[in-house]
Design a binder for this molecule. Sequence first.
Ligand code: ADP
Length: 446
Amino acid sequence: MFNKILIANRGEIAVRIIRACREMGIQTVAVFSEIDRDALHTQIADEAICIGSAKAADSYLNMSRLLSACIVTGAEAIHPGFGFLSENAKFAEMCADCNIVFIGPDSNIIDMMGNKSNARAQMIAAGVPVVPGSKQILSSVEEAKALAVEVGYPVMIKASAGGGGKGMRIAHTEATIDEAFSTAKMEAKAAFGDDSMYMEKYIEEPRHIEFQIMGDKYGNIVHLGERECSIQRRNQKVLEEAPSAAIDDELRAKMGAMAVKGAKHVGYENAGTMEFLLDKHKNFYFIEMNTRIQVEHPVTEMVTGLDLIKEQIRVAYGEKLSVTQEDVKINGHAIECRINAENTAMNFMPSPGTIEEINLPGGLGVRNDIGVYRGYTIPPTYDSMIGKLIVHAETREEAIKRMRRALGEFIVQGVHTTIDFQYAILGDEDFISGKFDTSFLTKKSF
Ligand code: ADP
């Protein structure tokens, strides 16, 4: 097994990875920016090395500094976490060139699946259902208009390089397509430096259902069931569950088999997620693949009993998957609430600052993946998610009650958080009934 791993990330996911490494007897190297000297991940790793100033481009996104840190500390592998360089094919390739194991798929796969338009083309070739739409990049707004007539309005104009809900716009009629096309393009250019666009039919009131995939170097690929991610704000996930109230065993087997088929088609390896939209008639369509561990991976861990970070490390080292498809059993129900330092009364404006007090919930079936502590100052520089609260129980109903109980114990003073907002969702009748779709939060006024 690896002796030492460098974690090219910060916050709760860096803490999560350090924990897995420690249980595996692997030494850890944290990297930190100047503003993160006191961050939790910096403090709990075996070694910590400063890689630059607060600006992500000078630190967490700086490939040569990360590789230098790896070389000087003698780390044999890099875990990229999510965000930052986790889906950067060039970084994965540079790691390979330096004889450092990138804990994730090969750079060619990241390259192929990271571009959403390309990924669609791959899935079409694999025989996986995709949302009706373009087969390649749209060359002009005229082409978009012609295709929209074919596909039927409303349509969605989406950035090939998109992520985090950015660079996508709906056009309901031909009159609005010019604007949708140009604003999505501008947003994509600013966020990703790439403004290539593709089109999908806009699926009315779908559920976002994704399948966790895990593959090894020997062609074995399993799915670990689905996650329900329909509770979204501005196309970004807020709360996730496993399993989904909309999926029965038959549909799980069908969608899971498609997810595995798609992943096998591209020779997938390590952890990945196949994202689908499920319409009212239970038709499902692939939308994108994430070639990394995801924020919401803990709900899958709770219901399968597998540690996905350890599994990622093992398969990256060259071990076979620890489970076969038959071994995978879904036990009970898990819910995750993302806890962000944001002011919900001020349109979810980030709320950085010092945590004066914090009381973390506990008890049976409660898990905190939190990257902060009392006295810690959340910098204004990075993502506002400070951690996740996860619960596990026998049934969905009990998991909801447990999450409400845990959120009630969760106290943070000094900064605003989304704790009360999450509490309101957990108490909503439509949420409790399990009958909701991605439009849930736009229809509510929590
Ligand atoms: P990102 O890569 O930015 O996360 P996705 O393609 O995964 O973008 O889409 C994010 C969310 O946007 C989906 O979960 C869904 O709510 C909505 N969405 C995306 N494509 C469509 C579509 N064709 N029809 C309806 N909703 C969509």
